[in-house]
Design a protein around this ligand. Structure first.
Ligand code: FES
Ligand SMILES: [Fe+2]
Length: 457
């Protein structure tokens, strides 16, 4: 079967396999306990593939990036043969971290403590007083501790487990579904990071369900029918598709490009969908009173006009992908909304010592086809296409993390406090929160020594 046949099918992507959930209640302990966080560290964080860097950030040999996950810091370095290696950020002399910046360029990493110099391939090039070591000159003997590292969709993924499966095996169906977009060529238009006063699972639970949308993201004064439609996306569980992969990842597909009943009193299509329709040669007024027709019209317009406008990959997308909201949650900590022209990722990394905190990232990538004009739509509003986007790191509340994301964040701290209450007896979940159950069952499986992506083999 060709890629085209697989993806086009009946105009839609195939379902992922059915999963059976154990469905136990989730108690507060797993969000608050240092003991539980320690189990997660040894059997989960150090066993999974983690998305840590972006390849385009390090174009030339010697360019490096550094990111933290829990108590570890990982350095990723471009090699002379163009490959990328990843190392623990630790000097093998007496344990000093080698770099503290987010990124840079180095011919060698010079340790700030006693000036040992490590080559970018991890070998040791120089030590002071080499003849003073009873064990012999450490050069040629010691190496930086390297960990598995792969590149996919332009991102750098690392795994602290030396016996890990390949990234492709770990990602399961996500690999082929993402491959057709050419995300590796997309540019960054937003990168914001802050520390949240909540366990990482509070964040990921939220992005594993849409049950909260009508409460937390409720438009002011909206009537009941309109509540379901946000920015042209129908968030109702009755029309959404929910999938769970054998490997532990989740997918939720919501109808998009869809005015439905979310039209104003005169029956007109609202914003931002009206502007999007105009961008693709459609007149919103033509859909007055028939909001159900916008989705298919937009799919056809993108199918016809997309390739000429530089969106060649539209040819490889199914109709649904041309309009709908594809929300992926990759186990354990990576939530992606993949739009026809946007890759919105949210990531929650565990705090080094405190189970009641996490590092939270909100990033946006988008294609930039030659000749394209106009701003890029992100969760933080419109961003100029030629804007060079710096990574912004700030204390919570000092600035916005992004429009809807701030609404999500506003809920989290009080939930974390509730998790500490003696009065909380554990969760009682709806079907549309199945992926929340699944996340926690995956965590429990890892702690029990069963890594679902390895069980398949
Ligand atoms: S700890 Fe790195 S040179 Fe001493
Ligand atoms: Fe939300």
């Amino acid at each position: 079967m060709t890629k085209q046949e697989i993806l086009r099918g009946a105009g839609d992507l195939p379902d992922w396999p059915e999963q059976t959930l154990r469905g136990h209640a989730l108690d507060g302990y797993r969000y608050t306990s240092s003991e539980f966080a320690e189990k997660e560290w040894s059997s989960l964080w150090t066993k999974v593939w983690l998305l840590l860097g972006r390849e385009e950030e390090m174009p030339t040999p010697g360019d490096w990036q550094q990111e933290e996950v829990g108590r570890e810091s990982i350095v990723m370095v471009r090699q002379t043969d163009r490959s990328i290696k990843a190392f623990y950020n630790v000097c093998q002399h007496r344990g000093q971290r080698l770099v503290s910046e987010e990124k840079g360029h180095a011919r060698r990493f010079i340790c700030p403590y006693h000036s040992w110099a490590w080559n970018t391939d991890g070998s040791l090039d120089f030590v002071q007083d080499p003849d003073d070591f009873p064990g012999g000159d450490p050069c040629g003997k010691l190496k930086l501790a390297e960990i598995p590292c792969e590149v996919f969709a332009g991102f750098i993924w690392v795994n602290m487990d030396p016996d890990c499966v390949s990234l492709r095996e770990f990602l399961g169906p996500v690999w082929s579904e993402w491959s057709v977009y050419g995300i590796e060529k997309w540019k960054r238009y937003l990168a914001r990071t802050t520390v949240l006063p909540v366990n990482w699972k509070v964040v990921m639970d939220n992005f594993n369900e849409s049950y909260h949308v009508n409460t937390v993201h409720r438009p002011k004064g909206a009537d009941v029918e309109k509540l379901r439609i946000h920015s042209g996306v129908d968030t109702s569980y009755t029309t959404s598709r929910f999938d769970m992969a054998d490997e532990g990842h989740g997918r939720m597909i919501m109808l998009g490009g869809y005015a439905g009943p979310a039209i104003d009193k005169e029956g007109m299509v609202g914003e931002p969908l009206a502007t999007i329709l105009r961008e693709w040669g459609l007149e919103p007024a033509d859909f007055t009173g028939r909001g159900e027709a916008t989705r298919e019209a937009l799919q056809q317009a993108r199918r016809e006009l997309g390739p000429d406008r530089g969106y060649g990959y539209f040819d490889d997308l199914c109709d649904s992908q041309l309009t709908d909201a594809y929300h992926y949650t990759l186990f354990p900590n990576f939530a992606v909304s993949l739009w026809v022209d946007g890759f919105h990722f949210l990531r929650a990394r565990p705090h080094p010592t405190d189970p009641g905190k996490c590092l939270f990232d909100n990033w946006w990538y988008a294609p930039d086809p030659a000749g394209s004009e106009g701003p890029v739509r992100t969760t933080a509003g419109l961003v100029k296409r030629d804007a060079a986007v710096a990574h912004e790191v700030f204390d919570l509340g000092k600035q916005s993390m992004g429009l809807t994301i701030d609404q999500d964040i506003s809920i989290f701290p009080a939930q974390q406090m509730g998790m500490r209450s003696r009065g909380y007896k554990g969760s009682y979940l709806s079907r549309q929160e199945s992926r929340v159950s699944r996340l926690h069952e995956m965590v429990d499986d890892c702690i029990a020594g069963r890594q679902p992506w390895k069980q398949k083999n």
